[in-house]
Design a protein around this ligand. Structure first.
Ligand code: 5RP
Length: 237
């Protein structure tokens, strides 16, 4: 059960609140996926409800984001109906000093990369545990794959030096199935020296839809941290 005074929860809530405060009226907002962004979606909904924000529409990056937006009263749209996304708020699993990311802990990185890349301003919301010196040090790299191609893609990832494993569901028998009906391979690389090159190399494997390396996409990182027992938000821009 989530504890209200859990420091990680406090960091996520605070960073979500600060990100939601950056949203302005009359804008299109990319709504990310994950437990941190969930707080931002809740706070955007609160601001709409209390009249602090007007005329905001959201583009969800996942079924989770869609459900939360409906719960908190944020009207939704899609990429066919809009000319641009003004701001996107999304979480990450790792952030390096160049603001490159690993995403996909929630298996939503394909839609996240589409929406986040289209935004004029992409704000990443993380707790301090996500900051790393080098991508791949704490988190496996998620790769979304069309089901029929799982075996050849795994072999190819091995030949690139990775240790791939098919992501399995929790409280569901069998593999995780993405919102697009595909599978996710999580890959351990000993060292990701060139994230940009690896991103392209993996996406060039036939059967790969998208991988979780986000290189040069993030504009601002909001980092939730605890200082003297209190939640604080640090901005990296
Ligand atoms: C989903 C993601 C999430 O943004 C990422 O996993 C971070 O999630 P959380 O805020 O729950 O730690 O990339 O695909």
């Amino acid at each position: 059960m989530v504890q209200a005074n859990d420091p990680v929860v406090l960091m996520k809530q605070e960073v979500g609140r600060v990100a939601a405060a950056r949203v302005q009226s009359d804008t299109v907002v990319g709504l990310g996926t994950g437990s941190t962004t969930a707080y931002a979606i809740e706070y955007i909904g609160q601001r709409l409800k209390n009249g602090d924000l007007k005329n905001v529409v959201g583009v969800p990056t996942s079924f989770q984001a869609e459900v939360l937006a409906k719960k908190y009263g944020i009207p939704l749209t899609n990429l066919d109906a809009i000319d641009k996304i003004d701001i996107a708020i999304d979480g990450a699993d790792e952030v390096d000093p160049q603001k490159n990311l690993i995403k996909g802990g929630g298996a939503a990185h394909t839609r996240e990369k589409i929406v986040d890349s289209l935004a004029d301003l992409f704000i990443v919301v993380v707790d301090a545990n996500k900051i790393v010196d080098r991508l791949g040090s704490t988190f496996l790299l998620p790769v979304e794959v069309i089901p029929m191609a799982v075996t050849p893609v795994m072999k190819k990832l091995e030949s690139l030096g990775g240790k791939p494993e098919l992501r399995m569901g929790m409280r569901k028998a069998g593999p995780v199935v993405t919102d697009q009906g595909n599978l996710v391979i999580d890959v351990k690389f000993d060292s990701i020296d060139n994230p940009s090159e690896l991103e392209s190399t993996i996406n060039n494997i036939p059967g790969v839809l998208e991988n979780g390396l986000f290189v040069g996409v993030a504009d601002i990182i909001l980092v939730g941290e605890i200082i003297d027992g209190k939640p604080n938000v640090r901005e990296i821009s």
